[in-house]
Design a protein around this ligand. Structure first.
Ligand code: IPE
Ligand code: MG
Length: 232
């Protein structure tokens, strides 16, 4: 979700004004996913690099995160949304950490939409955390080095219980991954939208989905093999 700051600057308003408008866009996209039957949505809300923004912006983002979560949790739950957070929680306030686990617990029985929010997340952090977890198992004698294959490694990463993402949408005009789900995106289709995140509405989302529907996904195979069926 990129472009909140520019959206605000275009209106000669402070950046937090854009972040608040961004929350409205989040609400719209979640609603659209629920109504379209999309099973999983992962939002990149705050990267591990975003701490280096001005202190006041970081503070207002944390505050907005806390307030939005409090405000939206029961509504999301009532709509069958299961909320989970990925990323390193160790730098958040106790209050926020507690709220995050409360909401996860409150919604854990829901299955309509798996909504994952990446906060203080980085794709490299994710990979290193997985490597550490596996190394600890090896050190404890619970795992042999030879048993570490791609499948086991993927199991140690964030979102391992969900299918790999079909589509990545980045708004705001930039065409890069910026340390999002590096491993998980290996075969994901990429869609770059020039819309600033607060402007990313149902119509822009439909456009992204229509673009996705035109892609031929081969996963390394030839087009003919894919036509003949996945087992060839
Ligand atoms: C994305 O919008 C939201 C967060 C990173 C929290 P930006 O804040 O990056 O907006 P621009 O890129 O400055 O416009
Ligand atoms: Mg940005």
């Amino acid at each position: 979700m990129d472009g909140n700051g520019r959206w605000a600057e275009q209106r000669r308003r402070p950046r937090p004004f854009g972040h608040r408008a961004g929350v409205k866009a989040v609400r719209g996209i979640i609603r659209a996913c629920v109504s379209k039957g999309i099973g999983a949505l992962t939002l990149f809300a705050f990267s591990s690099e975003n701490w280096s923004r001005p202190r006041s912006e970081v503070r207002s983002l944390m505050d907005l995160f806390l307030r939005s979560l409090r405000r939206e949790a029961s509504d999301l739950s009532a709509n069958g949304v299961r909320l989970r957070f990925i990323g390193d929680r160790s730098r958040f306030s106790d209050e926020l950490v507690r709220l995050m686990s409360d909401v996860e617990l409150q919604t854990q029985g829901n299955t309509r939409l798996h909504l994952n929010i990446a906060v203080n997340y980085g794709g490299r952090w994710d990979i290193v955390a997985a490597a550490q977890a596996l190394a600890a198992q090896v050190a404890a004698g619970e795992l042999q080095v030879e048993q570490i294959d791609q499948e086991r490694f993927a199991q140690a990463l964030s979102l391992s219980e969900l299918p790999e993402p079909d589509l990545l949408i980045r708004t705001g005009g930039e065409r890069r991954i910026s340390n999002f789900l590096l491993w998980q995106l290996a075969y994901t289709e990429l869609h770059f939208s020039s819309a600033l995140w607060p402007d990313f509405d149902d119509q822009a989302f439909d456009q992204a989905l229509a673009d996705f529907a035109l892609r031929e996904r081969r996963f390394g195979k030839t087009g003919a093999q894919m036509q003949a069926g996945a087992s060839n």
